[in-house]
Write a protein that binds this ligand. Structure first.
Ligand SMILES: CC(C)(COP(=O)(O)OP(=O)(O)OC[C@H]1O[C@@H](n2cnc3c(N)ncnc32)[C@H](O)[C@@H]1OP(=O)(O)O)[C@@H](O)C(=O)NCCC(=O)NCCS
Length: 179
C-alpha cells in the first residue's frame, strides 16, 4: 500500500501514486517512448511490444505481492516516470529488493527520478522484511549512477559483457544500499 504524494516544483506538480490496471494503455505508450529514448534499459525497440493483457498481468503481479510496488509519476498530469521495487521470494534473499526507474526524456533533470526513488526507499524502509536494496545499471549510464550514489547506493561489483546492444558488449554495474 502506498499513500499518493505530490511534490510542487514552482508551477509544476509531480504526483506519485501506485500504477493500477486502468493505467495499462498509458503505461504501454510510456514504455514504447522510453525504450526509443535511451540505450540504457534492459529492453529496446527491437523487442516484441508488450500486449495489453501482458501489461495488465505485469501490473497485477505487483499487487499480488505485498513486498513489491509499481509507482508512476505524473508530471502536470502526464505519466512521465515509472519506478518499481520487487523483493526476492526465496527466504535466503527475501530481505533484498531490486528496484528500477525510468523517466521520459523531455522531463529529465527536473528531480523526478530523485523524488520517485526517494519514495520507493521510504516505502522499503517501512517494510520490516527488507534490509537491502539492489539495482543494476549500464556501465555508461553515468547520470543514473550519479543519481543512485546521491541516494546512498554504493557500487558492489561488475558483470562483464553482460549487455549486448547494437553489436557491442557492455558491463552491468551492480549497486546496493542497506536500509
Ligand atoms: C537516470 C534517470 C532516471 C534520472 O532521472 P531524472 O529525473 O532526470 O534525475 P533527477 O533530475 O532526479 O536528478 C537527480 C540527480 O541525479 C544526478 N543525475 C541525473 N541525471 C544525470 C545526468 N544525465 N548526468 C549527471 N548527473 C545526473 C544529478 O546528481 C542530479 O542532481 P542535480 O540535477 O541536482 O545535479 C533518467 O535520466 C532516465 O530515466 N534515464 C533513462 C532510463 C534509465 O537510464 N533508467 C535507469 C536504468 S538503471
Amino acid at each position: 500500500m502506498f499513500k499518493p504524494v505530490s511534490y510542487n516544483f514552482g508551477d509544476d506538480i509531480l504526483y506519485i501514486r501506485e500504477v493500477t490496471s486502468s493505467d495499462a494503455d498509458d503505461l504501454i505508450r510510456f514504455l514504447e517512448a522510453v525504450v526509443c529514448e535511451t540505450d540504457f534499459l534492459l529492453t529496446g525497440p527491437e523487442d516484441k511490444p508488450i500486449t495489453l493483457e501482458e501489461e495488465i498481468k505485469f501490473i497485477n503481479s505487483y499487487y499480488s505481492n505485498t513486498n513489491s510496488l509499481l509507482l508512476c509519476g505524473l508530471w502536470n498530469g502526464e505519466i512521465s516516470a515509472v519506478a518499481d521495487i520487487k523483493a526476492f521470494s526465496f527466504s535466503r534473499r527475501a530481505h533484498v529488493a531490486e528496484m528500477g526507474i525510468s523517466v521520459l526524456k523531455k522531463n529529465w533533470r527536473k528531480r523526478i527520478g530523485f523524488s520517485m526513488m526517494q519514495e520507493v526507499i521510504n516505502w522499503a524502509q517501512a517494510n520490516t522484511r527488507l534490509s537491502k536494496l539492489s539495482l543494476r545499471v549500464h556501465e555508461q549510464n553515468l547520470g543514473a549512477i550519479a543519481l543512485y550514489k546521491k541516494l546512498g547506493f554504493k557500487i558492489e561489483g561488475t558483470l562483464e559483457n553482460d549487455l549486448h546492444i547494437n553489436n557491442q558488449y557492455f558491463s552491468t554495474v551492480l549497486m546496493g544500499r542497506t536500509l
